[in-house]
Design a protein. Structure first.
Length: 245
């Protein structure tokens, strides 16, 4: 062990305050404060990483809280995950509930049940959940797939493909908000959007395919395929639409 700060291991807890390096293992609680580094996998009930902490391995926990400029160089497997600040996860993110406040990067995809994002998230790979609520911006270099997807755009949003039962995309607006972020492009860009009920605003897509499709202002769509109902705002640009069985 090479550690220059305070190292406390009481009641099977691992607490690092300051800077230094320790090995991983199984604990009740793990707390990294400052610039501490854990060099291998960690298994615990509660995991906390604050400041510029780093884990050079996987994190397996019941609850996982990441803040500051934390970096996880493996996967995260946790029931409850909260990511605040600016964080990077180099592996996969697997969870039951995920809350993102700030910005985070996930380099090998994520999968869980409930996702709430206020801020920005970047995912290389697929994004799979039961429900996904976005209030900000995102970049998903793969499939965004959830039963219910609710997107409130504060900045540029991109997904290679989007699939779900209910998909709703709106641009957040308001006098103060428009003044604060008027320099940002608040649009969604996507190759394919496919679902049962689809409501879009300020979306650019090659193909939109659904049962009931509502195209609002600011949209540019190459092709719409729908089964039951189609409504298109007068300001939207749609090259082709066709009803399918």
């Amino acid at each position: 062990m090479d550690y220059k700060g305070e190292f406390v291991m009481a009641d099977n807890d691992l607490i690092l305050n300051g800077s230094g390096t320790v090995t991983g293992g199984s604990f009740q609680r793990v707390s990294i404060n400052g610039s501490g580094t854990i060099t291998s996998d960690v298994e615990c009930q509660v995991f906390e990483c604050n400041g510029s902490g780093r884990v050079k391995g996987d994190v397996m926990a019941q609850s996982c809280s990441i803040a500051g400029g934390a970096k996880i160089e493996g996967d995260i497997h946790a029931k409850e995950v909260k990511v605040h600040g600016s964080s990077t996860i180099e592996g996969k993110l697997l969870f039951l509930n995920l809350e993102v406040r700030g910005s985070t990067k996930v380099k090998k995809g994520l999968k869980g049940e409930s996702v709430s994002v206020e801020g920005s998230i970047k995912v290389n790979g697929d994004f799979e959940a039961e429900t996904a609520d976005f209030d900000g911006s995102f970049e998903i270099n793969g499939l965004l797939n959830a039963d219910r997807i609710d997107i409130g755009m504060h900045g540029r949003c991109y997904a290679q493909e989007i699939g779900g039962e209910t998909i709703k995309v709106k641009k957040k607006s308001g006098m103060l908000l428009d003044k604060l972020i008027k320099a940002f492009n608040r649009e969604l860009h996507c190759e394919l959007i496919e679902g049962d009920t689809i409501q879009l605003e300020y979306t650019t897509a090659k193909i939109v395919r659904g049962t009931n499709v509502y195209i609002g202002p600011g949209c540019e769509i190459d092709l719409i395929e729908y089964k039951n109902d189609l409504k298109i705002d007068n300001s939207a640009k749609v090259k082709e639409s066709k009803k399918v069985e």
